[in-house]
Ligand binder design. Structure first.
Ligand code: HEM
Length: 419
C-alpha cells in the first residue's frame, strides 16, 4: 500500500448521536461500509480513529504509538474510572501502579475469591429457596459482599446502600442528566469514606490483615518512594470494588445463556465440581458473545504511518472490543453461541478482547480478567450443578445500545432448590 494514504473519513460534523443509537454495532457497520478496518469519524466534537480486528488491536496496544493520558472523556472519569487512577497512566508510572493490581491477583487470592463467591451464592439461595429471584439483582448483592470481604473493607451502612452506590458507578457511567449526577454523587461519597479508611489503616486505628488489598494499597509507594495520596488510593480501591460488582452483568448473561442454549448445558453437568475445561469454554463464549464493553480509547502518541495510513499525534482512537470478538475473519460463524470453539482457540492476546487486549503488566489489559473468569466459573457451576430452577415466561431480549446492556427481565428464575 502507498504511504501516507488518507484514512477513510465519515462525512458530517459529529456522529456522537449515531454512536449512542448504534452502540455495539457502530464500528463494525462502518468497517463494512468503508471496506476498511481503520476509519475516521467525529465524536464529542473531535476527530476519532476507529480500529477493529486482530492486527489493529496489536497496533493499539503498542505503547510507543498510543498513550492513555487524557484519553477517556472527563464525564466517564467522573463516574466510571475516577481521576488519577491506573487507566490514565503511561510508561513506568503505569507499569509500577499496574504491578500493585497484579500483586493481589495471586493464585491464593483468586482461590479465596472463588470460595467467597460460593459461600455468598449459597447464602443468597438459602434465603430464596422456592421463591422467584431476579438473577441480576441477587448477583449484585452477592458480589458486593464478595468484593468488600476480599478487599478488606469493614461493614458500615446497609448492604443495600453499598449495592446501590457501587452499581451507580457502572450502570449510569455513560448516562446524561440526573443519573449522571447521581453516579457522581455516589462516587464522591464512597471515595471520601475510602479515603478515611486509608488514613485509619495508616494511623493504626483500623487493624487489618496485611494480605488484604486495602492494606496493600494503603501502603503502596510510588516510583519516588512516596505513599500515594489517600484520594488516589480511594480511586484504585474502587477500581477493585466497582468492577467486581459489575461482574453481575456477565453473571446475568451466563444464566441467560443457560436458558437460550440448553443444548450446550449437558456437557457442564459432570459431578459436583463440573468439568473445569468445559466451564471455562462456556464462560469464554459468554464473554465473547454477549455485549459488555463496546470499545476502549487511547490517543496517538506521535505521528506515525501504519499500513499506508497516517496517524496524527493526539487523535482520539477507539478500538472495537465487541466487534473484534465478532469478527468473521477471526471467529467462524461469530453469531452462533459455541463454547467448543475455545478448544481450538490459539490464545492470542489480540483476537479475543472482551476485557481489553495485549499484556497485563506493561499494557492496559484488564487487571481483573482472571478474577472475572474464576468468579464466573464458580457461579456457572453453582447454577448448573448445585441447584435446580426453572425459567418463568419473561423477556430475554437485550438492547445493542445500552451500556451495560442487560436482558429486559434481568433473568428471573423460580422453584429454586438445592440439589
Ligand atoms: C466485569 C467484567 C469486566 C469487564 C468487562 C472489564 C473490562 C475492562 C476493560 C475493557 C478494560 C480496559 C482495557 C483497555 O483499555 O485496554 C479494563 C481495565 C481494567 N480493569 Fe476490568 N473489566 C472487568 C472486570 C474487572 C475486575 C473484576 C477488576 C478488578 C478486580 C478490573 C480491574 C480493571 C483495571 C484496574 C483496569 C485498568 C487496567 C490498566 O489501565 O492497566 N476489571 N477492564
Amino acid at each position: 500500500m502507498a504511504n501516507n494514504q488518507e484514512i477513510p473519513q465519515e462525512k458530517g460534523l459529529d456522529h456522537t448521536i449515531a454512536l449512542l443509537r448504534e452502540g455495539y454495532d457502530f464500528i463494525h457497520k462502518r468497517k463494512d461500509k468503508y471496506n476498511s478496518r481503520v476509519f475516521q469519524t467525529r465524536i464529542l466534537g473531535e476527530k476519532a480513529n476507529c480500529l477493529i480486528g486482530e492486527k489493529e488491536a496489536e497496533l493499539f496496544y503498542d505503547n510507543s504509538k498510543f498513550s492513555r493520558e487524557n484519553a477517556a472523556p472527563s464525564r466517564i472519569q467522573k463516574t466510571l474510572f475516577g481521576q488519577g487512577g491506573v487507566q490514565g497512566l503511561d510508561g513506568d508510572e503505569h507499569h509500577h501502579r499496574k504491578a500493585l493490581f497484579m500483586s493481589v491477583m495471586t493464585r491464593a487470592m483468586l482461590d479465596e475469591i472463588k470460595e467467597l463467591t460460593e459461600v455468598e451464592w449459597n447464602r443468597a439461595i438459602t434465603r430464596n429457596q422456592t421463591d422467584e429471584l431476579i438473577v441480576y439483582n441477587e448477583a449484585k448483592h452477592v458480589l458486593t459482599n464478595v468484593a468488600m470481604r476480599w478487599v478488606g473493607i469493614p461493614k458500615q451502612g446497609t448492604e443495600d446502600e453499598w449495592v446501590d452506590e457501587l452499581s451507580d458507578l457502572f450502570e449510569d457511567a455513560s448516562a446524561v442528566g440526573p443519573k449522571h449526577w447521581k453516579a457522581r454523587a455516589s462516587r464522591t461519597k464512597i471515595e471520601e469514606w475510602l479515603q478515611q479508611l486509608v488514613l485509619d489503616v495508616r494511623s493504626g486505628k483500623l487493624l487489618i490483615d496485611q494480605d488484604r488489598p486495602l492494606y496493600q494499597f494503603s501502603y503502596h509507594r510510588d516510583l519516588n518512594n512516596q505513599l500515594l495520596a489517600p484520594e488516589i488510593v480511594a480511586v484504585e480501591l474502587l477500581n477493585l470494588l466497582r468492577p467486581i460488582v459489575a461482574i453481575s452483568v456477565y453473571v446475568d448473561f451466563t444464566v441467560l445463556a443457560l436458558a437460550q442454549f440448553p443444548q450446550k448445558v449437558d456437557i457442564l453437568r459432570q459431578g459436583d465440581e463440573g468439568d473445569d475445561k468445559q466451564l471455562q469454554y462456556f464462560i469464554q463464549e459468554v464473554r465473547r458473545f454477549y455485549p459488555f464493553f463496546p470499545f476502549t480509547v487511547a490517543r496517538v502518541r506521535n505521528d506515525f504511518d501504519w499500513n499506508g495510513y497516517k496517524f496524527e499525534q493526539g487523535t482520539l482512537t477507539l478500538l472495537d472490543l465487541y466487534g473484534t470478538n465478532h469478527d468473521p475473519d477471526i471467529w467462524e460463524q461469530p453469531e452462533q453461541f459455541r463454547p467448543e470453539r475455545f478448544e481450538n482457540w490459539n490464545g492470542s492476546p489480540f483476537n479475543f478482547i472482551p476485557q481489553g487486549g495485549g499484556e497485563f503488566d506493561i499494557g492496559h489489559r484488564c487487571a481483573g480478567e482472571w478474577l472475572t473468569i474464576d468468579i464466573l466459573k464458580v457461579t456457572l457451576n453453582y447454577f448448573v450443578n448445585k441447584i435446580s430452577f426453572e425459567f418463568p415466561e419473561q423477556d430475554f431480549t437485550y438492547s445493542m445500545n445500552d451500556i451495560p446492556s442487560l436482558p429486559e427481565s434481568k433473568v428471573i428464575i423460580k422453584n429454586i432448590r438445592k440439589k
